[in-house]
Structures are given as C-alpha cells and as structure tokens.
Design a protein. Structure first.
Length: 339
C-alpha cells in the first residue's frame, strides 16, 4: 500500500535538499577556482622554455570551471524562482513538478559535458603512462564510448517533452555505471604502472625511504581521486535504477538522489582537475621520477634537469622502461631533460 506523505513535510524536505545541493556546488566551485588561479599563477611564473605542453591543461581546467559555474548559476536561478513564486510547501511541490525550465535542461547537459571531458582527461593520462603498450587502454576506451552514447540517449526523452519527462533513468543509470567503471579501470592501470616503477627504482636508489615516498603520495592521489567518484557514482546510479513513480519510499530516494548527484558531479570534475593541478604546478609524478634518477634538486617547479653522467649498473633496464614516459611527459611541461 502506498504511503501518503504530508505535502507540507515533503515540500520542506525537498527544499532543504535542493538548498544543500546548491551549497555544496558553491563550495566545489571555490575549490576549482583556487586550483585554476593557483595553477595559472605558477604557469606564468614558469620560464617560457618549460611551459611547453601545459597550455591545454590550463585551458581544460578553466573550461571545467566555467561549465560547472554556468550550471550552478542555472540551478540557483531555478531554485530562487521556485522558492520566490511558491506560496507554501505544498505549492512548492506542485510548482516543482509542473515547472518547465530550459535552463534546468541546459544545466544537466553541461554536467554531462563535464563528465565526458573529465573522463577523457583521465584516459589521456593513462594513454601517456602506457605509451609503449597502448592496447591496455582498449577496455576503458570502450566503456568511455559506451557511456558517451548512453549519456546522450538518456536525455532524448527530455528533448521531446521538457515539461513532463525526466529522461530515461535506465540509460542515465547505466551511463553513470560505465563512467565509474572507466575511472576505476584508468586508476588501476596508472597506479599499477607507477607501483611497478617504484619497485624497479627501489633497488637502485639509496635514499629510498625519502625519495620513493613521493611515488607513494602520487599513487595515493590517483587512487583517492577515483575512489570518491566511484563510491558516489555507484550510489547515484543505484538510486536512479531503483527510483520509480509511486514508490512508497520516493521521498527518501529523492533526497538520496540530491545527495549522491551533487557529490558525483562534483568529484567528476575535481578528480581530473586534481591531476591537472599537479601537472600545471609542475608536480606530476615524472618530475619526481627525474629527481629520483638524476639526484638533482627539484623544488616543485619545472626546471631543466641534468642527469648524472655516471649511471648505476641497474640503470640500463629502467632507462629503457621510462624513456617513453619522459618523452610523453615533456608534453606536460615537465622540463627539458639532458641525458
């Protein structure tokens, strides 16, 4: 038997959930703005010879920020209009269900674009790390393309009827699952590559506890950047999959939808931006690799790195393994190498 809710209570709960959604979105925008401005500042302070390859990352960083900013402004406009025109919590619920707003649809599309760009950035980093064995990224590429298709299909019903359709929740749910799967696969591939490099270097570096700690930190960041996204993404996908009209627990699922959706969309942008932030500030993992191998000082900013003229006996194999890494990451602006 369906549960009958007090519409006054429902209106208050939904309004608070939407307000919380906006509050979290604004906090995330503040974090993004800091990373964008700080990354740009470090970039401008870096010598021109060391800026090569960083410009695309700077642009992507600001694009993600502006897309989410516009999306947040559209959501804020919708919420303000809804609250301002409502005369009571009951009226709030009625207006929320019947109000047709093109900006809400545009906001959802912008969030979708942010996810596509973020996943593409993670795939690109994986491609660079596995430059010698590019076939390993075939599976995450397949899941990425599939998520792209299903994400678009999920919004087709909205295009047909903006007022009454919320989109195909099945397609959207599968899209989120595939996007999360893509990020998990990419993180596993990059992390495994770095762990392997760390083990190979541990046999040739004397100050391993201090130097290789950098690799542990980098791997931790890669894992942490995907774990929140994966957790909240799975939660969001599950809520979408089990939400049906007439459900006796529809109110609880509505609130859960707001909680998981704002966290998922936030980390979908923050996860790749944390990687971009390290690249634009000259702190990506290859910088630590160069420091470890050369023994030269490295202050976190990109500089020319002079490798030692005498190489350890075990250097031959590790040099071949990481030669492509250095060549690929030179496009990130990690500096010019002298071998």
């Amino acid at each position: 038997m369906a549960t009958k809710y007090d519409l006054t209570h429902v209106g208050n709960v939904i309004a608070r959930a939407m307000a919380g959604y906006m509050a979290v979105s604004l906090v995330v925008l503040g974090i993004q703005l800091f990373m964008c401005i700080y990354g740009l500042t470090v970039f401008l302070e870096t010598p021109r010879t060391a800026r090569k390859g960083r410009v695309p990352y700077i642009i992507i960083n600001f694009v993600l920020f502006f897309l989410l900013s516009i999306s947040a402004l559209m959501d804020a406009r919708f919420l303000f209009r809804l609250l301002f025109e409502s005369t009571s919590p009951k009226d709030f619920i009625a207006r929320r269900q019947n109000m047709s707003d093109e900006m809400v649809f545009a906001s959802q599309v912008l969030n979708l674009i942010v996810i596509f760009i973020g996943d593409a950035v993670m795939l690109w980093r994986c491609y660079m790390v596995w430059a010698e064995k590019r076939w390993v990224i075939i599976l995450p590429c397949i899941t990425y393309v599939a998520s792209l298709i299903l994400g678009i299909l999920g919004f087709v019903p909205i295009l047909r009827d903006l007022a009454t359709s919320d989109g195909n929740l099945t397609f959207v749910s599968i899209f989120v699952f595939l996007s999360v799967t893509t990020n998990i696969l990419v993180t596993i591939l990059i992390s495994s590559r770095l762990v392997h490099a760390r083990r190979r270097l541990s046999g040739m570096l004397g100050d391993s506890n201090k130097t290789l700690g950098h690799f542990t930190g980098i791997v931790a960041i890669l894992i942490e950047s995907a774990v929140p996204l994966s957790v909240f993404g799975l939660g969001y996908a599950i809520v979408l999959a089990i939400t049906k009209n007439g459900d006796p627990k529809l109110l609880q699922k509505e609130v859960a939808n707001y909680v998981f959706s704002v966290l998922y969309y936030s980390f979908a942008a923050l996860s790749p931006q944390m990687i971009i932030f390290r690249v634009t500030t000259g702190r990506s993992w290859v910088g630590y690799l160069h420091k470890s191998v050369s023994g030269t000082s490295w202050d976190g900013n990109t500089k020319s790195i002079a490798f030692a003229h005498t190489r350890p006996a075990s250097w031959g194999s590790i040099a071949e393994e990481h030669r492509s890494f250095s060549a690929q990451e030179s496009g990130d602006g990690e500096g010019s190498e002298k071998v």
